[in-house]
Design a protein around this ligand. Structure first.
Ligand code: FES
Length: 209
């Protein structure tokens, strides 16, 4: 495999040709905010949070951009912060209130992003739309879906599709009303748990819990 050499935030890295900026960054413990990226899936570029600056001239998505020889990557410029911070704040404001009883607490990607960007919780509380807590929904015979937490990243849909060839679950509605629903075929869900494991924010809850 041919090797390339490039820099992230001034540090030099060797990587295999064909690796994305995201892959190299995460492998080297450089955090780039992301919700829809999962190393086992094809990057969909859905959340748009993984923006990085390349060669001091343009902003690209780290999950979908291949690292190139001598490329200069910056993950933390004021421009990137200005682009993703408002998006993150609105996602969190639309997310449920408390992490305490969430099964994803401690491993939630939103918590990681909040800590990384030093998001101010009081500011988020002022942005929260007035809405009631929605009840858990039955997604498949084995799974509940919590619409209060979903960030609509699509990882569960893509995971199911990858394993079964066609997804048992899919998106319905639009905008803030978008949520996950199931096809009749979800009755055949064999509870492989892959969608539960890959969900970045703990939206899918096994009925056994
Ligand atoms: S992680 Fe790249 S767009 Fe979501």
């Amino acid at each position: 495999m041919n090797k390339i050499r490039f820099s992230i935030n001034g540090q030099q890295f060797d990587a295999d040709q064909g690796a994305t900026i995201m892959q190299v960054a995460l492998e080297n413990h450089i955090y780039i905010p992301h919700l829809c990226y999962n190393a086992d899936l094809v990057p969909g570029g859905v959340c748009r949070l993984c923006m990085v600056e390349v060669n001091n001239e343009k902003i690209v998505l780290a999950c979908r951009t291949l690292a190139e020889n001598e490329m200069i990557v910056k993950t933390n410029t004021p421009e990137i912060d200005a682009a993703i911070r408002p998006v993150v704040e609105l996602i969190i404001a639309d997310h449920h209130f408390t992490c305490r009883e969430c099964p994803a607490n401690g491993k939630c990607e939103l918590q990681k992003i909040m800590a990384h960007l030093h998001i101010d919780r009081r500011r988020i509380d002022n942005l929260r739309p007035p809405k009631n807590k929605l009840p858990l929904e039955t997604l498949t015979p084995f799974l509940y879906y919590d619409p209060n937490k979903c960030v609509r990243c699509g990882i569960c849909v893509q995971t199911c599709e990858k394993i079964y060839g066609a997804s048992h679950i899919y998106f319905v509605n639009r905008g803030y009303e978008t949520k996950i629903a199931c096809f009749e075929s979800a009755a055949h869900c064999d509870f492989c748990m892959e969608c539960v494991k890959k969900c970045p924010v703990g939206v899918l809850i096994p009925k056994t819990e």
